[in-house]
Write a protein that binds this ligand. Structure first.
Ligand SMILES: Cc1cc2nc3c(=O)[nH]c(=O)nc-3n(C[C@H](O)[C@H](O)[C@H](O)COP(=O)(O)OP(=O)(O)OC[C@H]3O[C@@H](n4cnc5c(N)ncnc54)[C@H](O)[C@@H]3O)c2cc1C
Length: 373
């Protein structure tokens, strides 16, 4: 063992990189381990939307905003393209419009607003058919995760002296020594950001955290040349799942109506999110199936349900399906963030929701402040 690091981080996904950045900014010498040759988990399988709207009011909303600002900073410094900004939630039903109008009235962010149908059609001509309004949030960012996540790692290495040990699995930490598949490494502290592998390290501590895996089906599609989204796009289906809208007028009625009118979408946990890339293609998701050991089977019926919801907003199905994939992320129904401290100098951090990358940079700051003061 030649060098002793101040902090060892397990996992080069969004969470691990966020912790590495926060520690490096404090002047700490950091090493990041990942068992793969490059980040290959949820952070590159995801939509890449940094969400601000819809988080629970109070601490979560502040964390989301702080994290979004850090994402913007990192993108600027690391030369990562922001594909687009903002999120339009299209209300297809009056109940969704009621809920979104009530949410807009809570003034969640400067520039956010609810537009009634006439204004919504004028502002967002892409949305066809009967819509009951659109909620617009200006703050969301979208990055292309497959290129953004490796770029953040490269930038941390180049500008913050963060060391990366790829294809190196970590199996333990004892008395300042990280046990890895490529030999021991000395470090004063350890942060484990294992994504959906919450069994390997400190599995005993995580066993009581009611974590499970969520399988999501995703597609990349293409409409005709010139098709342009105003920002990311969501629909009614997402409204009952947003913690920040809980208890608002219209939400319960909307949920009941969705159960009756779109039972298959509800059964497969489908929430439409569409986000565009620089080449004009659109990433569309996602279903959610909770399973301790998700399979890798992509169901055509589930893809069709996602595409049906897309067609309901844009008036037609896309011309081309470019690709399809399955993503897996850690999920907990009652703890969107699990942080364990099995030892004074060890933290295990699992973002357990379908929006875990959004809050990553703020979570990294919080853990590092807790570890190093
Ligand atoms: C399809 C899909 C769409 C999503 N869309 C969004 C979205 O738009 N916005 C959003 O905010 N969130 C989204 N999410 C959720 C988000 O992707 C995750 O919450 C987040 O990326 C988790 O990051 P992570 O770093 O904790 O985990 P991961 O990205 O999974 O990284 C964990 C890493 O740890 C490594 N690792 C684990 N154990 C070890 C070990 N013992 N030794 C060495 N390496 C180890 C793994 O190899 C892996 O690279 C989506 C998820 C999916 C699957």
């Amino acid at each position: 063992m030649t060098e002793e690091f101040d902090l060892a981080v397990v996992g080069a996904g969004a969470l691990g990189l966020a912790h590495a950045l926060a520690a490096a900014r404090l002047g700490k010498r950091v090493v990041v381990f990942d068992r793969d040759a490059r980040a290959n988990g949820a952070s590159v399988q995801m939509t890449g939307l940094v969400t601000v709207a819809g988080h629970a009011r109070g601490a979560w909303a502040r964390r989301a905003k702080r994290s979004r600002d850090l994402w913007a900073e990192v993108c600027a410094e690391a030369g990562i393209r922001i594909e687009h900004e903002g999120l339009a939630i299209v209300a297809r039903r009056p109940e969704a419009a009621t809920a979104l109008e009530a949410y807009a009235a809570t003034d969640p962010a400067p520039g956010s607003a609810f537009y009634k149908p006439d204004d919504a059609h004028a502002l967002f001509p892409q949305f066809r058919g009967d819509i009951a309004g659109v909620f617009w949030s200006p703050d969301e960012l979208r990055v292309e995760p497959k290129s953004a996540i490796p770029r953040i790692a490269g930038w941390l290495e180049e500008t913050h002296r963060v060391a990366f040990r790829w294809e190196t699995a970590v199996s333990g930490f004892h008395e300042g020594v990280v046990a890895t598949s490529r030999g021991p490494v000395a470090a004063k502290a350890l942060v484990v950001c294992p994504g959906s592998d919450f069994h390997t390290l400190y599995g005993d501590r995580l066993a009581s955290a009611s974590l499970i895996r969520a399988k999501a089906q995703m597609l990349r599609i293409r409409y005709e040349e010139g098709f342009e989204l105003p920002g990311a796009v969501a629909t009614d289906l997402g409204v009952p799942r947003m913690p920040g809208l809980e208890g608002l007028d219209g939400v319960d009625a909307l949920r009941s109506r969705l159960e009756i009118e779109q039972p298959d979408h509800m059964r497969h946990g489908i929430v439409l999110i569409a986000a565009q890339s620089a080449d004009g293609t659109v990433v569309v998701g996602a279903s959610r199936k909770l399973d301790a050991a998700p399979d890798a089977i992509q169901s055509q019926a589930v893809d069709d349900l996602i595409l049906d919801e897309l067609a309901a907003v844009f008036g037609r199905r896309p011309k081309t399906i470019v690709s399809r994939w399955i993503g897996t992320y850690a999920y907990s129904s009652d703890r969107p963030l699990v942080v364990e401290a099995p030892e004074a100098n060890v933290r295990v951090v699992v973002a357990a929701s379908g929006a875990g990358a959004s809050a990553a940079f703020a979570i990294g700051e919080e853990t590092v402040a807790d570890l190093f003061g």
